[in-house]
Each structure stands twice: as structure tokens, then as C-alpha cells.
Design a protein around this ligand. Structure first.
Ligand SMILES: [Zn+2]
Ligand SMILES: [Zn+2]
Length: 185
């Protein structure tokens, strides 16, 4: 799995994302570098962590073929222009991020074209990393499903926990740590 035709890949990203922006160019460059570094023979060997939910996230998922709903794309809310590529078969992982010194040069209207032409070294930084993936986080059938002792909703994939203070559980993260929403009415 390699990106051999950047323009063709970019066009598929633009079609999905809805506009051509520097994020599509950067996302394709990050995906291309990441795939070169971990060289998966098959999509089933690949897991990608994306570190923001801005434009590059769409480019990375289209360019790599990974999907959130297939569990081979993981979203971590760091707000950074970076992604990590894991080859499960080879047991290697590389994190690819935007070179901090490039940030200023690649803003504005010209950026989306310029990002396509600069060298990997100018644009990106890459680092070998280790990622601890739980077996519950891998693609495949759910290994564990339990009802929350408080709200009663099913909790998949080992996301349940016991309240360390009271010993109550299993609890979903919303019931244990507070949720992003409040019930009204
Ligand atoms: Zn965009
Ligand atoms: Zn709950």
C-alpha cells in the first residue's frame, strides 16, 4: 500500500472533503510518508491514529483507506497536525507530524500547492514510536459488552470501569467521569 499518484489521491480527498485546501495537501503528504515508513502489504495490517479533527483528518482517512467505523482509524483529540501509522504485522509504528518551522511558510492561498512540492524533510518530521493497543481496540467482533450499572446502556470494547472511590461498577465513562451533555426537560 503506497501512494504512487499524489494528484489522483488528492482529488479523491478533495471530493470527499468538499474543498481543496492546504489540509488536503498536507494530509496526503502525511499519509504518503506514513505508508512508506510502515509499508503495510494489506489494509488489515494498518492502524492510523489522527491527532486532530480538522481538514487533514479527512485527507488521511481517504488516502490511507482507514475508517473510524472500521476501527483502523483512531481519533485522539490533541489538536496537533500529526498522525501515527502502525503496521500490526511488522509490529512497527511511526509518527509523522508537521515540521514546526514550516507552519508559517505554508499558510495562505499558495500553501495548498506549495505543500505538494516541498521535500519531506522541509515539510514533515517523523519518529519511530511504540503504541500500546489493547486487544479490545483492534478491528473485529466486540470482545466485551457489559451494561452500565447506573444508566443501563451497553458499554462496548472494555470502555467500562469501576469507581475507584466507591467500588461501584461497571460504569460507562459518562456516569463515572461526567459527560459532554446535560439532560434537559
Ligand atoms: Zn479543508
Ligand atoms: Zn452509564
Amino acid at each position: 500500500m503506497f501512494i504512487t499518484n499524489v494528484r489522483e489521491t488528492l482529488q479523491r480527498c478533495v471530493d470527499y472533503h468538499g474543498h481543496f485546501c492546504a489540509g488536503q495537501s498536507l494530509g496526503v503528504r502525511i499519509a504518503k510518508k506514513g505508508l512508506e515508513l510502515v509499508a503495510p502489504e494489506d489494509l488489515k495490517d494498518l492502524i492510523v491514529f489522527i491527532e486532530n479533527d480538522r481538514c487533514i483528518a479527512d485527507a488521511v482517512l481517504i488516502a490511507t483507506g482507514t475508517r473510524l467505523g472500521r476501527r483502523n482509524l483512531k481519533y485522539v483529540d490533541y489538536g496537533r497536525m500529526a498522525a501515527t501509522f502502525i503496521n500490526l504485522k511488522k509490529d512497527i509504528a511511526w509518527r509523522v507530524s508537521l515540521n514546526p518551522s514550516e507552519k508559517e511558510n505554508n499558510s495562505g492561498e499558495d500553501a495548498k500547492e506549495k505543500v505538494l512540492t516541498v521535500s519531506d524533510e522541509e515539510l514533515l518530521v517523523w519518529q519511530k514510536v511504540k503504541v500500546s493497543l489493547k486487544k479490545e481496540d483492534l478491528p473485529g467482533k466486540p470482545l466485551r459488552t457489559v451494561p452500565c450499572a447506573k444508566c443501563g446502556e451497553k458499554i462496548f470494547d472494555g470502555k467500562d470501569a469501576v469507581d475507584p472511590a466507591t467500588g461501584d461498577g461497571p460504569l460507562c465513562r459518562a456516569c463515572l467521569g461526567g459527560s459532554y451533555y446535560e439532560e434537559v426537560g
